[in-house]
Design a protein around this ligand. Sequence first.
Ligand SMILES: NC(=O)c1ccc[n+]([C@@H]2O[C@H](COP(=O)([O-])OP(=O)(O)OC[C@H]3O[C@@H](n4cnc5c(N)ncnc54)[C@H](OP(=O)(O)O)[C@@H]3O)[C@@H](O)[C@H]2O)c1
Length: 236
Amino acid sequence: MTERGPKRAVVTGGGAGIGRALVERLAARGARVWTVSRHPVPDAPRGVWALVGDLTDPRTVRALADAVERDGGGLDLLVNNAGVLGPRVTLDRYPPEEWDRVLAVNATTPFRVIQSLLPALARSRRAVLLNVSSGAGVRGRACWGAYAASKFAVEGLTQVLADELGDGGIRVHAVDPGGTATAMRAAAYPDEDPGTLPTPDAVAEAILRMVDADPPPATGTRLLARDWMDAAPLPH
Ligand SMILES: NC(=O)c1ccc[n+]([C@@H]2O[C@H](COP(=O)([O-])OP(=O)(O)OC[C@H]3O[C@@H](n4cnc5c(N)ncnc54)[C@H](OP(=O)(O)O)[C@@H]3O)[C@@H](O)[C@H]2O)c1
């Protein structure tokens, strides 16, 4: 673990995809990591506390915050990563209950998690809070329905929080991972060859570079993973 690297981190949705890769990288660096997903995290690495639960249930969010609190100390990193895609249909056919579910997981959950973990983040000298967004969070396109609306909400939440917290405290960013070879991306683009996309691990590495950066990017800036990767940008 580097001098500056986070020693205590929460990553939501650490059971698969980008979240799983982040959890693995952080644990390999010796960090203590807390994560939550609805399915158990297979082969959770050493140092990882993996809670099985649905983050739309406030009791799950409370259990997460309690676990961090019980361990004592502050929290250096929070990554609001858990997300769902929802149906890829036009708005006239969009099932209202799916709209509610996608907004609940992608937009309301980060708000609740932030509220419950801000005290722990405030106890760290260099806390970083990342809200995972998407290109769909800055440009709405046909058939992205509640997913796009939820990611616009994530962008708004991030801007409000960065402004409220100001400079010199917790650093806040919306992070756009870009197209990444995960189950969610395969569901959105079933005909795409995942071999043409960055792996979750490459994106996790880029995200941890954002966290470690010295000097750090200004709080409130929107960060694109592809700008923090070694290789030439891959298809977005
Ligand atoms: N992959 C891409 O190309 C791409 C592009 C732009 C943005 N993103 C964003 O990046 C983030 C990660 O996406 P991914 O591609 O890695 O997705 P993924 O492979 O589908 O993984 C999503 C993770 O979130 C968890 N999760 C979902 N709903 C949950 C809930 N209600 N409670 C607790 N955990 C929940 C899932 O675990 P369970 O199913 O076990 O709950 C899983 O661990 C998301 O916010 C996504 O919107 C991805």
